[in-house]
Design a binder for this molecule. Structure first.
Ligand code: PMP
Ligand code: GLU
Length: 391
């Protein structure tokens, strides 16, 4: 990474996204004709549904191609409020909702709106690669709360209490989580919420994987638990994962009115509205019946079960069984190699692309994505098994 002294200092310590870098490297090699199997992708492998595409085409043909209100078109914001009420039992009004260019954008907005220099943001570790870098960009200080495999990589009330200082401002929660696929139960969230309320800590609740949840578990929004925690929570969600719309860039957050209003001003002077055509597509996506993503979820669960079955029979690797999302975090300590070396060697020697755990704060792990066809998952598992037998 070349750092020119003329660049702003705020970018000096910000690392590139390893997930995006590796995914695009794998895509490039594939397009050049290499037989790459990619288990790196942070996006569903299926195409954006036709009914979503049709809504976008209709938007273009009808000339819906101009600026919209900064925080999104009223119909979409209304539908998002209905979704929160129906799926998450949280009541928001449209003025509390800001539609953005992806959940990533919403999380960045949330941090930018709340973090003053040196404010501490608590991040359970392992974490999604972008959280600490975003905190960095906002001149805040990321403080990691180490989680343990025996707790399914979730923080406990005790873990949280022990990390709070007078500088603590925000806790980032991600359930279902990337990379470990952890899902918090209602009781666990109640305990964490009580501590946040007592200490007046904001919660950024990243719920982007809410629809991808397995074994009959139920997703709980922390904001639904009571009014006190709702008043401290910024709930983030988006269309990328549930509707395979990663490239369309539509996310949203809902927050107490004064925070949503501040974020609206931020978007006024940064991105303005999210893409008008994608907003119309988003209306169609959010209007889809529950059966739509239930089918997808079932497919993902079958893939997960297949991969876990295979991984359990392999030497030198120990998979974490994910309860949600579409990643399997695997302990590779027994290879005696660090995760970057494992990922590089798998790509070079087996044309298999995976993500090293280092960017997630866990250099003894690699992340495999099962957002791939069963045929490719089988090939990927064969290559991994073959390689592990030789190291
Ligand atoms: N949060 C998590 C945990 C993610 O894995 C992703 C994936 N990109 C995002 C947020 C952002 O999603 P998007 O910006 O595509 O809506
Ligand atoms: N969130 C996905 C992942 O973790 C997509 C890439 C990204 O936005 O970081 O792979």
């Amino acid at each position: 990474m070349h750092i020119d002294t003329r660049l702003a200092k705020r970018l000096k310590n910000v690392k590139p996204s390893s997930t995006l870098a590796i995914t695009s490297k794998a895509k490039k090699l594939k397009s050049e004709g290499f037989d790459i199997i990619t288990l790196a992708a942070g996006e569903p492998d299926f195409d954006t549904p036709d009914f979503v595409k049709s809504a976008a085409i209709e938007a273009i043909n009808s000339g819906f191609t101009k600026y919209t209100p900064t925080t999104g078109i009223p119909e979409l914001k209304k539908l998002i409020c209905e979704k929160f009420s129906k799926d998450n039992s949280v009541e928001y009004t449209p003025s509390q909702v800001v539609v953005s260019c992806g959940a990533k954008h919403s999380i960045f907005n949330a941090l930018f709106a709340l973090v003053n220099p040196k404010d501490e943001v608590l991040i359970p570790s392992p974490y999604w690669v972008s959280y600490p870098e975003m905190v960095n960009l906002c001149a805040g200080s990321a403080r990691f709360i180490q989680t343990l495999p025996k707790n399914n990589f979730k923080i406990t009330a005790k873990d949280l209490s022990s990390q709070i200082s007078d500088k603590t401002k925000i806790l980032i929660l991600n359930s279902p989580s990337n990379p470990a696929g952890s899902v918090y139960t209602e009781d666990e969230l109640r305990e964490l919420a009580a501590i946040c309320v007592k200490n007046k800590i904001f919660v950024i609740s990243d719920e982007i994987y809410e629809k991808l949840i397995y074994d009959g578990l139920r997703h709980i929004s922390i904001a639904s638990l009571n009014k006190d925690i709702c008043d401290l929570t910024l709930t983030v969600n988006g269309l990328s994962k549930s509707y395979s719309m990663t490239g369309w860039r539509i996310g949203y957050l809902a927050a107490p009115g004064y925070i949503a209003e501040a974020i609206s001003r931020l978007q006024d002077h940064s991105t303005s509205n999210p893409n008008s055509i994608a907003q119309k597509a988003g209306l169609a996506a959010l209007g889809a019946p529950d059966s739509f993503y239930k089918k997808i979820c079932q497919q993902f669960q079958e893939r997960r079960d297949y991969c876990i079955g295979r991984l359990k029979a392999m030497p030198k690797i120990k998979p974490v069984i994910p309860q949600g999302a579409f990643y399997i975090f695997c302990d590779i300590a027994k290879t005696n190699l660090d995760s970057t070396e494992v990922a590089n060697r798998l790509l070079d020697e087996k044309s298999l692309s995976v993500i090293p755990g280092e960017g997630f704060g866990a250099s003894n792990y690699i992340r495999l994505s099962f957002a791939a066809s069963l045929e490719n998952l089988k090939k990927g598992m064969d290559r991994l098994e073959d390689w592990l037998k030789k190291v």
